[in-house]
Write a protein that binds this ligand. Structure first.
Ligand code: FDP
Length: 363
């Protein structure tokens, strides 16, 4: 066992200060001082220096999001006990049935961002229109407060996804659509919170990707996955094959190729969970266009762009089958796009079946 990973395990269990490690596993002073186990707050503070002229507003915003994530985590964990599982009785702008926890998560996040004061507008999956907040603030947030709704009631992993943009019009003036409809390349930060077998927050500010595991007894996110990298190639493919008949021929051909290579099919049906697994292990997630949904199902502004920023920072790729997701100019808040995301060699292979040129990895 490497000292580094031992250090991480012990730190996360909160025991390493108290346990006497066996002689063979003694840690040197350098590894004891390692950043593994650093709290999210401290990490955010330390990283603020990477941004010249940083004012601390983005750091505060990231802390607000983490706080909202802790609150949602608490609600999700109680969901079998309280009457907060099941349908809310309304549909969102996409025509999808809202779950009670979807609505609770939306309210919690919106409140945290409003109280935090760093955000001038929010795009949320659960709200038809823009939520306008403080005109004197610099940042726009696009979020899916609780992704994977169909898994809420059955105790399967779900997630929160967020993207942060800097407004382009002057601070102090009313927010305009151009502040909000920015392409993914303009993101200043993006991340997700995965409510899984443990709760994790993963984010990037364009300087690599770091993951933090929630330690419930401390109430803190602790650095557990430093400088995450997506394997260049993989052998997991994730797609809802139930819709196979309505996929375009190139996607069908790629799936046949995956089977001929004995790849593993893994599909949780919660985008964040499927993405997170493939980020760690190597793989591809595809939500292609179908007959029913010619532009795919996933939303550009608060699903695809965010995960595209993270995967590129981790050395992976995200496309709509033709171009980098983050180059797509958005035209509407709830716009959908097909998504091919994951290990670069796998995404390029899927492209080859479309007759598309390989896209050069950004990082
Ligand atoms: P859900 O509708 O349950 O919220 O973004 C929506 C999403 O889930 C993704 O999390 C998930 O990957 C996908 O839709 C599942 O869609 P299918 O049921 O069509 O596979």
């Amino acid at each position: 066992m490497r000292v580094e990973s031992l250090n991480r395990d012990l730190t996360l269990s909160g025991l390493f200060l108290f346990l006497q490690p066996p002689k063979t596993l003694l840690m040197d002073k350098q590894s004891l001082g390692s950043t593994i186990g650093t709290t999210l707050d401290r990490f955010i503070n330390d990283k603020q220096g990477e941004f010249p002229f940083a004012t601390g507003e983005l750091s505060q915003l990231l802390r607000d999001i983490a706080l909202a994530g802790k609150i949602i985590n608490r609600e999700v964990n109680k969901s079998g006990l309280l009457d907060i599982a099941g349908a809310y009785g309304a549909t969102n702008v996409q025509g999808e049935e809202q779950q009670k926890l979807d609505v609770i998560a939306d309210i919690r996040f919106t409140r945290a961002l409003k109280n935090g004061g760093e955000v001038c507008a929010i795009i949320s999956e659960e709200e038809d229109d823009l939520i306008r907040l403080n005109n004197n603030s610099r940042y726009v947030v696009a979020m899916d407060p609780l992704d994977g709704s169909s898994n809420i009631d059955v105790n399967v992993s779900i997630g929160t996804i967020f993207s942060i943009y800097r407004r382009v019009t002057p601070i102090g003036t009313p927010v305009q659509m151009e502040d909000v409809l920015q392409k993914g390349d303009n993101q200043v930060a993006a991340g997700y919170i995965l409510y899984g077998s443990s709760t994790m927050l993963v984010y990037t500010t364009g300087h690599g990707v770091n993951g933090f595991t929630f330690e419930p007894t401390l109430g803190e996110f602790l650095l557990s996955h430093q400088n995450m990298k997506c394997p260049k190639d993989g052998s997991i493919y994730s797609i809802n094959e139930g819709s196979y008949q309505s996929f375009e021929p190139s996607v069908k051909d790629y799936l046949q190729y995956c089977k001929s290579e004995n790849y593993s099919a893994r599909y949780i049906g919660s985008l964040v969970a499927d993405f997170h697994r493939n980020l760690l292990k190597g793989g591809i997630y595809i939500y292609p266009s179908t007959e029913k949904a010619p532009n795919g199902k996933l939303r550009l502004m608060y699903e695809c762009n965010c995960l595209a920023f993270i995967i590129e920072q981790a050395g992976g790729m995200a496309t709509d089958g033709q171009r980098r997701v983050m180059e797509i100019e958005p035209t509407e808040l709830h716009q959908r796009v097909p998504l091919f995301i994951g290990s670069p060699d796998m995404v390029n292979k899927a492209h080859a079946f479309r007759g598309e040129e390989a896209i050069v990895q950004k990082n």
